[in-house]
Design a protein around this ligand. Structure first.
Ligand SMILES: Nc1ncnc2c1ncn2[C@@H]1O[C@H](COP(=O)(O)OP(=O)(O)OP(=O)(O)O)[C@@H](O)[C@H]1O
Length: 237
């Protein structure tokens, strides 16, 4: 278990122009496995991930890691729903996080080449990252997030617009990382994906945590009517 955990969230709220986006959220996350955040559109999944990662300002409450803020930031990476590519080569995109952390260009490029190989993009390593397909870009974004060896990897709907094969590649990488000890906290709309990846589930409804339970329990016996309706594919109000 990593010394950053448990992550303790208490009374946390995010607001925008006076309106509450999510919260108050009370949640405790331990240091192992994959937590998958699910819930209807607009329930607050993206906002929650950003709040935990520190990229949405807390209007109230606390998000407490067991290390100082600077160390906590250094130990996290975030993969967005739509990959953001630098207008540089594949290899330079991969090397970038290491270069800005002060590693030599040579070491960074070596690590980048090894990651390019691992994600099957070696043959394209000198191409501009912006010319890659959506699936290739998302694999690149994931590898770029992992190259710094984060303790925690956040992902917001990482395969939302990808086909089956690209989704499978992403999931395989995530399962490998999980087995290697990376703590994964992600959102998805895809319940098949949630079942394949999750150890525990946070179910959000109207900006609140309606359930936080093991994945096995959530999918077999959701405790709330909202979660039952959500899993049945009904409209959840
Ligand atoms: N920048 C913003 N300004 C105003 N409202 C916002 C902003 N960002 C999010 N919201 C609102 O906060 C709520 C939660 O949004 P969020 O994107 O976190 O939900 P989500 O569960 O990720 O949704 P989806 O499944 O549609 O991606 C929604 O009502 C949304 O409209």
């Amino acid at each position: 278990m990593s010394s950053m955990f448990p992550l303790i969230v208490s009374g946390a709220e995010a607001r925008r122009r006076g309106n509450r986006l999510i919260g108050p959220i009370d949640l405790q996350l331990e240091g192992k496995g994959a937590t998958v955040v699910v819930g209807p559109n607009g329930s607050g999944k993206t906002t929650l991930l950003n709040l935990l990662h520190g990229t949405v300002r807390l209007a109230r409450g606390h998000v407490q890691w067991q290390v100082n803020t600077e160390d906590a930031r250094r130990m996290q990476s975030f993969v967005f729903q739509r990959p953001v590519m630098l207008r540089r080569s594949v290899i330079d995109n991969l090397a970038y996080p290491l270069v800005i952390r002060g590693q030599s260009a040579r070491t960074a490029r070596e690590a980048a080449a090894s990651w390019a190989e691992r994600i099957g993009l070696s043959a394209m390593k000198d191409r501009s990252a912006t010319s890659l397909s959506g699936g290739e870009q998302q694999k690149l974004a994931l590898a770029r997030a992992l190259i710094t060896e984060p303790v925690v990897l956040f992902l917001d709907e990482p395969s939302a617009s990808l086909d089956g094969r690209a989704t499978r590649d992403i999931e395989n990488l995530l399962l490998e990382q999980k087995a290697a000890g990376t703590r994964i906290i992600m959102s998805t709309h895809d319940m098949g994906q949630a079942k394949r990846l999750a150890d525990d589930v946070v179910f959000l409804c109207n900006g609140h945590v309606a359930e936080k339970t093991s994945a096995a329990e959530f999918f077999a016996q959701p405790a709330t009517l909202q979660a039952q309706a959500f899993l049945n594919g009904d409209i959840v109000e």
